[in-house]
Structures are given as structure tokens and as C-alpha cells.
Design a protein around this ligand. Structure first.
Ligand code: ZN
Length: 278
């Protein structure tokens, strides 16, 4: 599943070519994604308009148009956006195609169809974005990802820190892979109840999260799912995983065994020697 780094890598790839492009025509498959494709809104507000820029909020890509409408795409489990030259034949699981000027085509492929497409019309864009953002937690690469902010949220909560980091209403865009890696780097046991984590340990978690997400972005995202960068080059971050998928292997810090367990229904990898309860 694409996590924050993969979506950010996609955004940066698209930013090199898309701003200024005119959307000449849009076509779609006759299948629904997580929700039906908003065909009428796409034709009314996106077709015939130019792309201004692309932003990211959590794992959503916001295609901001010159007419102040916004097309919002979530990649779900298997979604992939590619920027192709015009003339590439339609492939299986292509669900949205934006034919652009400059002989380019923007294409969304999604085999499992858990992704989503929404359109915010110009007049409602600001309010709809506020409503949308209200339900999403703090961006881990922003300055708001701060011990004050996190500690205020966890005062009366006892859930494991790993579950907290993966809760998109608390922290945006961190999924299972990076939650495992962040807690190993911060040397904190994934089952530690959040209300028992001291400030110093939150500082460590924040530093580790920023470091690991940034490293992943710099190396082009992860290929653990079928993610590909927009240029078609696979990311390489997966070769650097220290605990994810390493159950039974030796810990790189202490050489003891890495354990695999399940927390909140998700595979969890940790070193019980290096990662302590605070
Ligand atoms: Zn260890």
C-alpha cells in the first residue's frame, strides 16, 4: 500500500511536468473505485482547464486547477499514477485518463479499486477542503508534529503507540511499514501505551519519523506494493528496512532475534532488547 513517501514521490515527479498543462479530455472505465467516479464533475470543472499545481495532504494528491477547482485522488491499496506520452495503449485496470496538451496523458491504474477520485467545485473548494482536512491528523513532516501537540492528544489514551502512529485521524500518512521502522529507530516498544510515553521519547519518535520518511522520499519511495514512480523507476527504500519483514532475523543493533507479532490486526516487527517500554 502506498504510504506517505510513495505519494510524496509521485507528487514531486508530477510537479516536474504537470503545472500549466491543459486537460483536453477525460475518459474513465465503467467500474467504480471505492466510490463511483464523479464523471459529471470531472467534465464540468476539470476538463478544459489547466493544472496550477499539485499538493499533498496525508495520502491524498490535490490537483489544483487554474479555475480554483480541485481534483482529489487517493491511491488506495494498489493505485498508481503515471504520466505517459500520448498513444500508450489502454492497460487492464486503467480507470481514469486525462489527455493533456504537450502530447501527454495522466493515467490512474488501480487493480484492487480501493482508490478514490473526488472533485471540489471552485465555489465550494475552500469549505470542502476544510471539512476534509478536519478529519485528518497532523502532517509528520510539518512543524505541527511536535511533542506539545501529540501529548495533548494522548493524555487519556492507553492505546499502543504503534496503533496511534497509524491512526490517520491522529497522524497523517504513516502506515504499517513506516510505523515499524520509526519505532525501531526511536528504540520504543510498539505496545507502549501512549499516555505513558514521556516527552523525551516523543521527541525521539518525531525525529525518527521525520528522518525515515525523508530518507524514503529521497530514495524514491518503496516498491513493497506495486508502487512505481511516475518515471517508471522503482524506489529502493525497501532494501534498507531494519525490522519490517525481518521476523526471526538478527537485530542490526544487538544481534538478538527480531520478533513478529500482531498489534491492531497488523504485522509488527520489533527487537524486545533494543525497544523498551518507557
Ligand atoms: Zn536489538
Amino acid at each position: 500500500m502506498p504510504e506517505l513517501p510513495e505519494v510524496e514521490v509521485t507528487r514531486r515527479g508530477l510537479l516536474q511536468d504537470l503545472p500549466g498543462c491543459l486537460v483536453k479530455k477525460i475518459t474513465w472505465s465503467n467500474k467504480s473505485l471505492r466510490e463511483p467516479i464523479p464523471r459529471k464533475l470531472l467534465v464540468r470543472y476539470i476538463e478544459g482547464n489547466r493544472i496550477k499545481t499539485i499538493d499533498r495532504r496525508a495520502k491524498f494528491l490535490l490537483f489544483r486547477m487554474v479555475n480554483n477547482s480541485t481534483m482529489v485522488i487517493h491511491l488506495g491499496m494498489t493505485g498508481k499514477i503515471s504520466l505517459l506520452s500520448v498513444g500508450e495503449p489502454r492497460a487492464r485496470h486503467d480507470h481514469l485518463r486525462l489527455f493533456l496538451d504537450k502530447e501527454k496523458e495522466l493515467r490512474l491504474n488501480d487493480s484492487r479499486r480501493f482508490g478514490s477520485i473526488a472533485v471540489w467545485p471552485p465555489a465550494e473548494s475552500i469549505q470542502l477542503e476544510k471539512n476534509f482536512s478536519r478529519n485528518i491528523g497532523v502532517e509528520p513532516l510539518s512543524n505541527d508534529f511536535h511533542p506539545d501537540n501529540l501529548m495533548a492528544q494522548v493524555r487519556r489514551r492507553t492505546q499502543p503507540v504503534k496503533t496511534f502512529l497509524m491512526d490517520s485521524r491522529r497522524v497523517a500518512g504513516i502506515g504499517n511499514i513506516y510505523a515499524n521502522e520509526i519505532l525501531f529507530d526511536a528504540m520504543i516498544h510498539p505496545l507502549t501505551p501512549v499516555n505513558r510515553i514521556p516527552r523525551q521519547a516523543w521527541e525521539k519518535i518525531i525525529l525518527s519519523a521525520k528522518k525515515i520518511l525523508q530518507e524514503a522520499i529521497n530514495s524514491g519511495g518503496s516498491t513493497i506494493s506495486d508502487f512505481l514512480g511516475t518515471s517508471g523507476n522503482p524506489g529502493y527504500f525497501q532494501v534498507k528496512f531494519k525490522v519490517y519483514g525481518q521476523g526471526g532475523e538478527k537485530c542490526r543493533k544487538c544481534s538478538k532475534n527480531i520478533y513478529k507479532t500482531v498489534i491492531g490486526g497488523r504485522s509488527t516487527f520489533f527487537c524486545s532488547h533494543c525497544q523498551t517500554m518507557k
